[in-house]
Write a new protein. Sequence first.
Length: 119
Amino acid sequence: MGRGKLRIYLGAAPGVGKTYAMLSEAHRRVERGTDVIVGFVEHHGRPRTEVMLHGLELLPRREREYRGTAFTEMDVDAVLERAPAVVLVDELAHTNVPGSRNAKRWQDVEELLKAGIDV
């Protein structure tokens, strides 16, 4: 199996539709029969974006505690075990909670790509 392919949605500011566009593409791929899952998507309370998650397989997040507060992060092990053709991952620049597998989400994505999963 070769290296996965990375597709990045860019926008000039928050709320311009990057996540929405990614979710729209995911629905198109599912309709064509591609095995797509949501590894980590943040809808930021935007109702139209939240509705776009309906009908897509959502992988449960891994909960981590840091300084007495619970946080959720993408469960890289669960994605690797599930081994979809495509996984959706939002906010690549995110800093993971200390104690996570990797310091940054882009490092999580790099592992998925090395495993042959498209992101």
